[in-house]
Design a protein around this ligand. Structure first.
Ligand code: PLP
Length: 313
């Protein structure tokens, strides 16, 4: 499948020996550091956009259009890719324009993205369709990137990432990661299925109910199967899990557990996690270890999906 080379892969894998010591006992802990992708401040969206933006380029698009919240990492990654490819970027952002631009919102401005603010996420679909139409009328050739680039083509970035991981270490017993629009989890599930791995994959929701995310992930996994071998069903050797019990008071709202996870990771490993996504996933991992859900001889991989820019919001 055609894809751009934005990643500088492989991203490092680090053993989290001090975090493990701080937790007392438990499985060996590792982190896959997609937060260290140099391109555009990195994170999981870069892997997905390698495929999606290659498609946009093949279709001779001159503008990338996408949606997200004010501090969307996906919007910033899309604006970065557009800048790098010499394309325009139109962001439909739900939320109020901040009085002082910071973090991802500031980077979007630096990257030259055109930002249209809408009141709430329910208007995303209508506003982005209207933006696409407006751009066409202006003679542009816009390409719509769905929320989080969570479409089968985007998930291919994480299908490939499983192969990258297996070149670095033997398959971990469990992978824990943050999940929201589902593309990252779907890519890992499909990648593990293709490699015949029995790795347990746990997505920790940043916002939506587990049932909703599971359905979306299932749909994207089928789409990946269709892309790679049309007509063949893709089935995972082991069902994946979505845990929505660490959302706390809502999307982007810190919880006591996410605050503790953020501090433990920073003070033991000098690795930074954000309250919207990665600190909540890490909080879940810590809770699982404390509840002795894994044996000490197992390996547990925290897939760090980025989001560190959000710390400066
Ligand atoms: C830092 C970070 N981690 C995890 C996620 C969740 O990934 P996905 O949307 O593929 O489920 C996102 C984006 O939504 C993110 O920005």
């Amino acid at each position: 499948m055609p894809h751009l080379s934005l990643l500088s892969a492989p991203t490092p894998i680090e053993e989290l020996t001090r975090l493990r010591e701080a937790l007392g006992t438990g499985p060996r802990l590792f982190a896959k550091r997609d937060d260290t992708i140099p391109f555009g401040f990195g994170g999981n969206k870069v892997r997905k956009l390698e495929y999606v933006a290659a498609d946009a380029k093949a279709k001779k698009a001159d503008t990338l259009v996408t949606v997200g919240g004010v501090q969307s990492n996906h919007a910033r990654a899309t604006a970065s890719v557009a800048a790098k490819l010499g394309m325009h970027c139109h962001l439909v952002i739900n939320g109020q324009k901040p009085e002082r631009l910071a973090a991802n919102a500031l980077l979007n401005a630096l990257l030259g993205a055109e930002v249209e603010y809408i009141p709430s996420r329910v208007e995303r679909a209508a506003a982005s369709e209207a933006a696409m139409e407006r751009l066409r009328q202006q003679g542009r050739n816009p390409y719509f990137v769905p929320l989080g680039a969570s479409m089968p083509l985007g998930a291919l970035g994480y299908v490939r990432a499983v192969g990258e991981l297996l070149d670095q270490m033997s398959a971990p017993d469990t992978i824990v990661l943050a999940t929201s629009s589902g593309g990252t989890l779907a890519g890992l599930v499909a990648g593990c299925a293709l490699h015949g791995l029995h790795t347990r994959i746990i997505g920790v929701s940043a916002d939506d109910p587990a049932a909703e995310i599971k359905e979306t992930v299932g749909r994207i996994v089928s789409g990946v199967g269709e892309l790679l071998s049309p007509g063949e069903e893709m089935s995972a050797p082991r069902p994946f899990i979505v845990d929505d019990s660490f959302v706390g008071d809502g999307y982007g709202v810190p919880s006591d557990a996410s605050r503790e996870a953020q501090q433990l990771m920073a003070r033991n490993e000098a690795i930074f996690v954000d309250h919207t996504y990665t600190a909540k996933a890490l909080a879940a991992l810590i809770a699982y270890v404390r509840a002795a859900r894994f044996r000490d001889d197992e390996t547990l991989l925290f897939w760090h999906t980025g989001g560190q820019v959000g710390i400066f919001a």
